[in-house]
Every structure is written in structure tokens, then in C-alpha cells.
Design a protein around this ligand. Structure first.
Ligand code: CMP
Length: 306
């Protein structure tokens, strides 16, 4: 994904419509767009800008809609001021939802706080038998966790699977920005918990920003990286081309000579010795991990010999 190109088009778009967006908000929109799309598309990017502003303003008729008027300012907000919906839950429900969302990608990549934010934002829904909760090909706006009931999954009209209590569905379209991959229909009266796409994206975005900030701190605190990444631009360049990697428990990850990994969680690994690693630690050679481990792999080829 060409981050520079997006950044430039974003700036042009903002200028054209006279939006007032802070540099952090620009970064957030770009990150959100990159998370969901592999290619640049002007219309989708415009939608992202508008959706982002709607979300941050949390206002059905936000003032930023009055475009082309230099005196009108969008509400000044950062990712911290996203207003997530809040639906109180019993401790049992929270525990149930944590157990369902805690283990699978992408949810296991969220911090505890982010998981709880997502769960707090979920609302209950009663679904009558035969209701098509999701239709194949539609745009995805919610994901669901089944508390009780039964659903069938149909692809091209053919029964592909059945889902029962504890199942999570409807996450694919939200995660990848693609149309719904299947139709999901209730086989009987069921109860589900639903999370909105905006909450889901907002939490993922926060997570992305959290990880980037953590990586930035790690670079500044590490003597080696500090000695080769001399300016803010160097750091940004390396972060823009970094890749987020999830190493599953009991597996190896090969780092080539031009790569280093910044650890984003706690894990037990074997590289040159057996050791425990923590957020912001650096791994410089291929390693084996005993536990699930998320890290950010940086390519430092351009910087290491200068
Ligand atoms: P999404 O594509 O957003 O909407 C339809 C959902 O059905 C999809 O996310 C998955 O959560 C779920 N789904 C798709 N295919 C299958 C399958 N073969 N088995 C179980 N669930 C599926």
C-alpha cells in the first residue's frame, strides 16, 4: 500500500472540502484505510474521511458537513475521543463474551482494555426463526456472537455450516472490507450480541495506533535502532513499511538479515538463548516461540550500513 500517495490524496481532499483535521486524525484515517484496503480508491477514501468524522463527532448532523466554509471547524478530537456505545452487562455475560472473543485472531491481538471496550459496546438482539441476519454480498455493518440459538450458513444458497451458542460470525466483512461471504439465517428463535462496524473499526484503529506508538518508543529506547534511525522521518519510514506478525505458540519465525522484530506482547522464546520477552524488546535473529507472540517486523536494510 502506497502510504505517501494516500497521504497526498487525503491532503488534497481535505483542502478541497475545507475540513479541519489534525495531523493525528490524518494518520488515523490513513491507518484505518490501510487496514481494510489493499488498493487506493478515491471514492472509498472519501467515504472513510466522512465516516471517520461522523464517528469522532458522534453527531448525526455534524458541523463539518458545512463544507467550503473556512470558518467552520470540525470538532477537534483524537482517537481517544471516539465515543463508543456502552451497554452494561452482567459479569457472567462479560465473561462469556471475553471467552468467545479472547482467543481467535483478530480479537486475541487486542489488549485487555480494548477487548473490554468492544464487549461494552455490544448490544443484545433477539432474532426470530428464519430471519436472515446476514445476506451474502451485502456490505457488513455488524458482527455477532451467538449467546443462544442456532444459525445456518449458506454460500451460493448451499448449506455450508451450522453455528450454535458461542459462535462468532459476521467478522470477515468488517475485518477485510469485503462483501458478506455467506448468508446467515436463524434456524430458531435465538439471542445474539452484536458489535457495530464503527466500534469494531475504532477499536482496531486504536490498537494499531497503540502498537505504532509502542514501536516508536521501542526504537527511541533501543541503542542500536537509535544509532541507525537518526531522524523522525527515518523512524516513520521504517514504521510505514513494517509488518505486523503473529507467531503462534510452538512455532518458529525466520527473520532475514535486514529485519528486526519489536515485541508487542509477553512471550517465551528461544533465539540465541532461552528467554522471556516483553513489549518493546528487540529480536534480531530467527526465533522459536513457546507462546503466541505478536511483533512488528521492521526492514532496516536502507539504514543499517550508513
Ligand atoms: P461475513 O463474511 O462478514 O458474513 C458472513 C459470515 O458467515 C462470515 O463473515 C463468517 O463469519 C461466516 N461464515 C462464512 N463462511 C462460513 C463457514 N464456511 N462456516 C462458518 N461460518 C462461515
Amino acid at each position: 500500500m502506497d502510504g505517501e500517495r494516500i497521504r497526498k490524496r487525503l491532503k488534497d481532499h481535505i483542502k478541497m472540502f475545507n475540513y479541519k483535521i489534525s495531523p493525528e486524525q490524518e494518520e488515523e484515517i490513513i491507518t484505518l484505510y490501510e487496514l481494510n484496503h489493499d488498493e487506493y480508491d478515491e471514492n472509498i477514501l472519501s467515504l472513510y474521511i466522512e465516516k471517520f468524522l461522523q464517528t469522532v463527532a458522534n453527531n448525526p448532523d455534524p458541523i463539518w458537513k458545512e463544507q467550503r466554509r473556512p470558518t467552520v471547524y470540525a470538532k477537534s478530537v483524537s482517537s481517544d475521543s471516539f465515543q463508543l456505545p456502552f451497554f452494561p452487562k452482567t459479569p457472567e455475560t462479560t465473561e462469556f463474551l471475553i471467552s468467545r472473543l479472547g482467543t481467535d485472531i483478530p480479537f486475541c491481538l487486542l489488549s485487555e482494555e480494548q477487548k473490554y471496550s468492544l464487549i461494552n459496546s455490544m448490544h443484545p438482539m433477539e432474532v426470530e426463526a428464519d430471519t436472515e441476519l446476514i445476506k451474502e454480498g451485502d456490505v457488513g455493518e455488524e458482527m455477532y456472537v451467538v449467546e443462544d440459538g442456532a444459525f445456518e450458513v449458506l454460500v451460493n444458497g448451499k448449506l455450508t455450516n451450522r453455528l450454535y451458542g458461542g459462535a462468532v460470525f459476521g467478522e470477515l466483512a468488517l475485518l477485510h472490507g469485503i462483501p458478506r461471504t455467506a448468508t446467515v439465517r436463524a434456524l430458531k428463535k435465538s439471542k445474539v450480541w452484536s458489535a457495530e462496524q464503527t466500534s469494531f473499526s475504532c477499536i482496531r484503529l486504536r490498537n494499531q495506533i497503540y502498537k505504532m506508538n509502542l514501536a516508536r518508543e521501542a526504537i527511541c529506547e533501543n541503542a542500536y535502532l537509535k544509532s541507525i534511525l537518526l531522524t523522525k522521518e527515518d523512524i516513520q519510514k521504517v514504521l510505514n513499511t513494517s509488518s505486523s506478525v503473529f507467531v503462534t505458540a510452538n512455532s518458529s519465525y525466520d527473520l532475514n538479515d535486514d529485519e528486526v522484530a519489536i515485541v508487542l506482547g509477553n512471550a517465551k522464546i528461544i533465539d540465541e538463548s532461552e528467554r522471556e520477552v516483553h513489549p518493546k524488546d528487540l529480536i534480531t535473529v530467527s526465533f522459536y516461540s513457546d507462546t503466541n507472540l505478536e511483533c512488528l517486523v521492521l526492514n532496516i536494510k536502507e539504514f543499517k550500513y550508513r
